[in-house]
Design a protein around this ligand. Structure first.
Ligand SMILES: Nc1ncnc2c1ncn2[C@@H]1O[C@H](COP(=O)(O)OP(=O)(O)OP(=O)(O)O)[C@@H](O)[C@H]1O
Length: 265
C-alpha cells in the first residue's frame, strides 16, 4: 500500500539576486513500512524535499498525499492531530534540541503535546523508549549536551518513535557518526522498522548508508529526480550519470551486503 505520494513538486529560492530551482517537478512514492533512500550530491534538493514534507516550507507547485489525505492543505487542529504521524531526525541533534534540556524533557514533550499516554504513565513510557534505543533509564536526568553524538542520535530516534509515527524522515541522520556507531544505529533502525512497520525516507549523499537501509533508492540531480528503483538494481545497474558518480564515491559499495540479501525482504 502507498503511504506517501508526492506529485510534481517544485520549489524555487531567490538568494543574492540569483533564482535557484531547488526542486523541479519531483514525483515519488513511499510504501507502508518500507524505506526509500533519497540520494544526491550536495545542493541537489534533498533537504528541500524533506522540509516541504515536514511542512517547514511550502512548495511553489505540486501535491503530497499522506495516509489518503491532502497533506499540504491540512491546517489547524487537523494538522496538529496528524503531525505526530510524520517525524524527522536531523544530522545536528544538538542544534535541533535545547542543549540544556534533560533527556526526560526531550522525550516528555512529544508524549505530552500529542497526548500519547496519560500523564501518570509518561515516566514509564520514557524509560521504555530509552530501553528500546539501547540507553539506560538513568539517562533521563542527563542534559542533551552531556551525552555523546551517538547517544544523542539514539535519543532523537526515541523521540521520533514516541509519537508512533507511520513515517520518519532522516536527513543525513548518521552522516556525522563514526563508522562503527553508524552501523549500530542503522541496525537499530532496521529492527525498529521491522517491529513497528514504520516507513522511512532516508536522505543521504552516502550510497553505502542508503544501501544498508533502503528497499528502493531515488537519485536527485540539480532539483530533478533522475532515477529510482529497487536498491540493489540501482546500485548494480545505475542509469544516470548522477547515480554513477555517487557509486564511484564509495569504492567498497559493490562487495558489501545489501539490506535485501541480509534481511530477505
Ligand atoms: N532557504 C534557501 N534560500 C536560498 N537557497 C536555498 C535555500 N534552501 C536551499 N537553497 C538552495 O536550493 C538548492 C537545493 O538545496 P538543498 O539543501 O535542498 O540540497 P541538498 O541536496 O539537501 O544538499 P545538502 O546535501 O548539501 O544538504 C541549493 O542550491 C541550495 O543552495
Amino acid at each position: 500500500m502507498t503511504l506517501l505520494s508526492i506529485e510534481n513538486l517544485s520549489k524555487r529560492f531567490s538568494s543574492g539576486g540569483r533564482d535557484i530551482a531547488a526542486l523541479k517537478d519531483v514525483s515519488l512514492t513511499i510504501a507502508d513500512g518500507k524505506t526509500l533512500g533519497l540520494a544526491g550530491a550536495s545542493g541537489s534538493g534533498k533537504s528541500t524535499l524533506a522540509r516541504i514534507l515536514m511542512r517547514l516550507i511550502p512548495p511553489d507547485a505540486g501535491t503530497v498525499r499522506f495516509e489518503d489525505e491532502d497533506w499540504l492543505t491540512l491546517s489547524g487542529s487537523d494538522l496538529r492531530r496528524r503531525r505526530a504521524k510524520i517525524q524527522m531526525v536531523f544530522q545536528d541533534v544538538l542544534g535541533a534540541f535545547n542543549p540544556r534540556a534533560t533527556v526526560a524533557s526531550v522525550l516528555d514533550d512529544p508524549l505530552r503535546i500529542h497526548a500519547i499516554v496519560p500523564k501518570a504513565e509518561r515516566p514509564k513510557e520514557i524509560a521504555a523508549l530509552l530501553d528500546r534505543v539501547g540507553l539506560p533509564a538513568s539517562y533521563v536526568a542527563r542534559s542533551i549536551r552531556e551525552v555523546s553524538g551517538g547517544q544523542r542520535q539514539r535519543i532523537a530516534i526515541a523521540r521520533a518513535i514516541a509519537t508512533r509515527p507511520s513515517l520518519i524522515v532522516f536527513d543525513e541522520a548518521v552522516s556525522a557518526l563514526d563508522v562503527s556507531i553508524r552501523g549500530k544505529i542503522l541496525e537499530l533502525l532496521v529492527e525498529l522498522q521491522e517491529e513497528r512497520g514504520i516507513a522511512y525516507l532516508f536522505v543521504s549523499h552516502d550510497l553505502a548508508v542508503l544501501r544498508a537501509v533502503s528497499h528502493r533508492i531515488a537519485v536527485m540531480d540539480a532539483g530533478r529526480l533522475v532515477e529510482s528503483g529497487p536498491a540493489e538494481q540501482m546500485i548494480e545497474n545505475p542509469q544516470s550519470q548522477a547515480a554513477r558518480a555517487l557509486i564511484a564515491a564509495v569504492p567498497r559499495l559493490v562487495i558489501e551486503p545489501t539490506r535485501d540479501s541480509a534481511h530477505d525482504v
